[in-house]
Structure formats: C-alpha cells, structure tokens
Design a protein around this ligand. Structure first.
Ligand code: EPU
Length: 416
C-alpha cells in the first residue's frame, strides 16, 4: 500500500505553481457532451477524479485525447445514454452527465451516486431542476432515468445554492427552448468557469448576484477553454507554509477567488501579500485563534475547513469552526487528536483548543481534504507521520509530495 512518510518540523519556503481547478475540470469535461464538435480544455489537472470523468465520457462513446494538461473531447463512433455505474459510484460529479444527455438525446440513465464520507449528499435539487425544465424523472433500482422531448426554459428557485445542481441546470438550460432563470444559484468561481465555457460554446448566460439567466440555444458548438486555477490547492499550499512557520508563494492564482479564505488566514497573524497572479504567506510562529463558519461562496470554503483546522490546532488559544455545508466532514478530527490536537465536536461545530505542538503518528486519509489536513499536520508535527490511503489525496491533488518536496518538506511516497 502506498503511504506518505513525513518527517515534520521543517519550515517550508519557495514558490509553487498551482494546477487548473479540479472542480472546474469535471463539469467542463461533462459539458463536452452538449455538442458534436470538439471541446478542447487547457490547464486540466492530472488527477484521479479527472481520469474518472474522462473514463465516464469514453464509456458514453466520446473520443478523448489527452496530452498532459490538454484534453480534447469529441464524438466517437457509438454513443450511449447510460452512464457507467462504477464511475458514478467512484465520484459524484459523474452524475452531472444527466443534464447534457437528456438535453441532447432526450434520454439518460445514470446510477444514483453512492454515499460519501463527508455527508449524505442527496441529488434532489438536481432532479427538481430537471423536472422544472420539463424532464420526466423516475428512479428504478438505484438508477435515475430521465426522459424529455425538448427541454423548456423555466424559473427555478433553489432552496440552497448547490454547486452541482446549479451546474446541472446550467447545462440543461443551455439547450432548452427559451429563457431559464435560476434564483439562489451557486456562484462559486468553478460555476462561473462552467458558464464561461458554455458561453464560448454559444450559450447566453448572465450572472447577477445569485440570479443566473440562461437563454437556451438549439445547438451548441465546440470551444477551447483554459480552466481557472485551483483555489483549494492554492489554499492548501498557503496553509502548508503557514502551519510550518515558513514562507510560501502560490503562483498562477486568482487572488480574488481566495479572498474568503485569506481574511481568516490573516486574522491568525499570518502575513499575506498579494501580487500579480501570486499570493505569499509568511506564517506566524503560532497562529492566533480564529472563528470560522463555512458557507457557499463567497463564504469560507468548506474544502479548506479540514486543513484550516489542522492549522488552528496549533493556535495560541481556542478557535471555533462551524461546518454549514457538509454535515459530516469531520472524519479527520480523531486522527488530529491522536497527534495531540485538542478538539471537541458538538454537532457541526468544533472547538479547537490550541496546543504547542503535534506529534507524528501513523494515520490514514479518509477523503481528499481530510488527507490534506493530515499531511499538513504531519509537516508541522514533531517526528514521523505515516499517512496511508493516498488514493483519496490523489483524487484532488496532483503530485502533492513532489510539490511539497520542492518547498523543502521532508515527505516521500513509499510503496510497501
Ligand atoms: N445538496 C442537497 N441536494 C442536492 C445537492 C446538494 O441537499 O440535490 C446538499 C449537499 O448534501 C451538501 C450541500 O447541498 O450538504 C452542498 O452540496 P453542493 O451540491 O453544493 O456540492 P457538490 O456539487 O456535491 C461541490 C464540490 C465539492 C465542494 C462543494 C461545495 C465538485 C465536483 N465538488 O460538490 O468539492 O465541497 O461543491 O463547495 O465540484 C472537494 O473538492 O473535496 C469537494 C467535496
């Protein structure tokens, strides 16, 4: 089994260039189903989740050509409207194929995504959105069957600004007849990036606050698009610099996407400097405590909650973090406590009593961001940390250990 072996206690320093955003890459690849012309994507991160979505598209009959960070997706010889069960269970984002399949071919059969380590994660809002556009939705033996003649634009008020549901509706509405208005839509930078790609493909989309207007087209065309930088990868490296009391610059980033995270980071005494496509952090010797509540963008991003808690574990006082997006994103907490952190959970709220140091431990990643949190804790801890189940980390971070080594970290991937 592969593991990270981390010898903690080295302040990181240097510059790391971040990849394109995983959560932009996944819907962008899916959007290629909306046209028969090629969609060419640049800055596509080399991640397991991206391989999974490309596999899903291949199984639907798409022709996928990949050269490093460049991916071209076009029509293959045969097409199918039934998504592969294995890949949807591997990764919830595969469920997004529903919208383009039904919008293009009038039919889609997609297995319900399985449970997930960070919460229940239902898909009711995705299906309500498709029904509002005139689709018929049934569930048979764990498979969602959606059929429609041409979808028709509608006004859809989301009770919660779900990222996935907004992306699903954006894609369906782009090929619907007439105008669709999404009220209370998600406005994460990755949703805006999907809207930008759909715009290049010929859709007309306007985003005004949480109101999104889509003027549907009969056909979309191929397009070429460069994905936005991964704000979660950037945030993770900034925290790696801060937690080790080092100085790290992330390059190739859009600092405005990081604002909801940089405010709380600065409140801990970290010194943050914003440059042209760069952000630099100088970590404090120990962070000041902070109070954080995760929320949909522009709130504090839930994906940076576990790494931020690892950082606050070393604060000079007591911090709090409330998780408002995923009710069960706490699987890493016990592992952090075994490393010496003092964290008390009450429902979706954590109280983090800062300690002076953490101790290296043998531990395991349970999901992408839990794995990132434990890696950061290991970098700051005294002694050796061994982290297994790297398959979770590899879903969302490419060559994490190599990039950290480049910043001076003593981390290696071992296979034994
Ligand atoms: N929700 C519903 N019904 C729905 C859809 C969502 O109740 O039909 C609930 C979920 O259960 C959850 C909340 O709404 O409690 C937020 O879910 P959302 O749909 O916004 O998230 P997602 O689309 O499933 C994406 C990212 C996540 C990220 C969240 C929130 C992708 C592929 N995934 O998930 O990324 O945490 O938005 O920003 O874009 C990660 O990268 O580690 C990750 C989990």
């Amino acid at each position: 089994m592969e593991s990270f072996r981390i010898e903690g206690g080295v302040p990181l320093s240097g510059t790391v260039r971040v990849d394109g955003a995983k959560n932009s890459a996944l819907p962008a690849c899916v959007a290629s189903l909306l046209t028969d012309e090629p969609v060419v994507l640049h800055r596509v991160p080399e991640l397991r989740d991206v391989s999974t979505i490309l596999y899903t598209l291949g199984a639907l009959g798409r022709r996928v050509v990949r050269h490093g960070a460049h991916v071209s997706i076009g029509v293959g010889e045969e097409s199918s409207t039934e998504a592969d069960a294995y890949s949807v269970r591997q990764m919830r984002a595969s469920f997004l194929v529903l919208a383009p399949l039904v919008a293009r071919f009038g039919r889609a059969a997609v297995p319900l995504p399985g449970g997930c380590a960070i919460g229940r994660r239902p898909v009711d809002l995705h299906l309500t959105g498709l029904r509002a556009l005139g689709a018929r939705v049934e569930e048979r033996d764990g498979v969602v069957l959606v059929t429609a003649d041409r979808l028709t634009g509608a006004r859809i008020v989301l009770p919660y600004p779900s990222v996935g549901a907004t992306e699903q509706i954006l894609m369906a509405a782009s090929l619907a007849s007439g105008e669709t208005v999404i009220e209370n839509g998600a406005i994460e930078p990755e949703v805006e990036d999907l809207a930008a790609l759909l715009g290049r493909m010929g859709a007309k989309i306007e985003i005004d606050g949480r109101t999104i207007r889509i003027d549907g087209r009969r056909e979309l065309r191929g397009a070429e698009h460069t994905l936005i930088p991964d704000r979660m990868e950037a945030g993770t490296f900034l925290l790696a610099g801060a937690i080790t009391g080092g100085s790290v610059t992330v390059a190739g980033v859009r600092s405005e996407h990081l604002t909801p995270f940089l405010g709380p980071l600065e409140s801990t005494g970290a010194d943050v400097t914003i440059g042209v496509e760069t952000v630099t952090v100088h970590g404090p010797s120990r962070p000041l405590p902070a109070e954080v509540v995760t929320a949909p963008h522009p709130g504090f991003p839930t994906d940076l909650h576990p790494p931020f808690v690892a950082y606050l574990a070393l604060a000079t006082g007591s911090s709090s973090l409330v998780e408002s997006v995923f009710e069960d994103r706490f699987a890493y907490v016990d592992a952090l406590c075994k490393m010496g952190a003092k964290i008390v959970r009450s429902g979706a709220a954590l109280t983090i009593h800062g300690v002076e140091s953490l101790q290296g431990q043998a531990t395991e990643a349970t999901d992408i961001r839990a794995g990132a949190a434990l890696t950061l804790a290991g970098l700051a801890a005294r002694g050796r940390t061994t982290l297994t189940h790297l398959e979770h980390i590899d879903r969302g971070y490419s060559s994490l250990e190599e990039k950290l080594q480049h910043l001076g970290a003593r981390i290696e991937r071992r296979d034994e």
